[in-house]
Design a protein around this ligand. Structure first.
Ligand SMILES: [Zn+2]
Ligand SMILES: [Zn+2]
Ligand SMILES: [Zn+2]
Length: 368
């Protein structure tokens, strides 16, 4: 293994990106994150409370195990967040400010809690490729939101392909989550099915599907938003508890938004006309464009569908379709019956003018 001399990042250690000891290794966090372990309590629950800025942590024999998982993971993130590293990962570095924007907007009167939630997000594995555009063509990203009160967490995953040319379509994404209520659970992230798109994705090893989307060769939207109210309640309970002071400070709506926001995809669910709603066109501040895929009439997830699940009254123009069932949009021919594109097509045709582009440069990131 070429990793023979690789040293796990940790307090006082040189960063493998900039070859310096970071003076503020957790600079992206909103609350101070201790790095001097001698000053921390020995008792695992109190130690975890200090390290991770927990809120009323419960008694549990599993705090020690939780620290063993979370602490080294956060140290690994310090290298990927390093501002001076040459191999800086834009997606990774973009994710935290984006998540902060959404979380702080959702909790305008509870800044302390917004900080704690934002600081509970960690990126585990981030693999993306782009062609120098601000949005990426392919992504395979795993992130984790740690519980604010228990030795537990929620894993999130998105796999995303977005390349469209005149003669080919590689356009699909799927989102999934996994609720881990004990750190002793098998923590293996990957499984064969994780690279599937469509209804088979996120069906094994504790994963649950959130939504999926595909553009088929006839350029029809095909999608399904499988996440249920029960799923959102599960995530809410893992992260914030059940009928506790903490759980009451966070709305179910924010929990639903977090499933996307913590993967670097801006998503908001409006309760009133005029509020920010859905996924911004062209990805917004995010780097995955899940709003503009194909004709975009049947996206994998919509704020309208989330309103239904969350029992928020619909807004004007909400698609009444039941997105929990597989949706099929119109084909290109059905949408534009007058349009014909044959072998004698002229070069002014917007479909044929869009030449198949070269394979993108690929950069790899492996963390967990
Ligand atoms: Zn560095
Ligand atoms: Zn491209
Ligand atoms: Zn044409």
């Amino acid at each position: 293994m070429s990793d023979e001399h690789y040293e796990e990042p940790g307090p006082g250690k040189e960063c493998s990106g900039c070859f310096k000891v970071h003076t503020d290794p957790f600079s992206w966090k909103h609350l101070p994150r201790p790095t001097n372990y001698d000053e921390l309590p020995d008792e695992p629950k109190e130690r975890a409370r200090k390290l991770f800025n927990l809120v009323d942590p419960i008694n549990s024999p599993e705090w020690e195990e939780c620290i063993k998982v979370r602490d080294p993971g956060e140290w690994r993130s310090t290298e990927y967040m390093c501002e001076e590293s040459e191999a800086t990962d834009t997606y990774y570095r973009n994710l935290h400010p984006l998540a902060w924007k959404c979380i702080s907007r959702a909790l305008p009167d509870d800044h302390a809690l917004a900080c704690r939630i934002a600081d509970s997000i960690d990126v585990l594995t981030c693999w993306t490729s782009d062609e120098g555009d601000p949005v990426v063509d392919n992504a395979n990203v795993y992130t984790r939101i740690f519980s604010l009160y228990a030795p537990a967490w929620v894993d999130l995953h998105v796999i995303f392909d977005m390349r469209i040319g005149a003669t080919f379509v590689e356009c699909a994404y799927s989102f999934g989550y996994r609720a881990i209520d004990s750190p002793s659970t098998d923590k293996k992230l990957d499984s064969k099915t994780m690279h599937d798109h469509g209804p088979e994705a996120h069906q094994q090893h504790g994963w649950r599907p959130i939504c999926w989307y595909e553009l088929d060769p006839e350029r029809r939207d095909i999608s399904q938003c499988q996440i249920t109210r029960g799923d959102i309640l599960t995530v809410h309970e893992i992260l914030f508890g059940l009928n506790t002071d903490l759980s009451k400070r966070v709305s179910l709506k924010l929990t639903a938004e977090l499933l996307f926001v913590a993967l670097g995809v801006p998503f908001s669910i409006a309760e009133k006309e005029g509020e920010k709603d859905g996924v911004p066109m062209f990805g917004g501040d995010g780097m995955l464009n899940i709003s503009g895929a194909g004709p975009g009439k049947k996206p994998g997830v919509s704020a309208a569908h989330m309103r239904k699940i969350l029992r928020i009254p619909p807004l004007e123009g909400d698609d009444p379709a039941d997105l929990s069932q597989r949706q099929v949009g119109q084909s290109e021919k059905e949408r534009n019956p007058q349009y014909e594109c044959g072998s004698d097509c002229d070069s002014d045709c917007e479909y044929c003018a869009d030449e198949e582009h070269n394979r993108p440069v690929t950069k790899r990131r492996r963390l967990a």
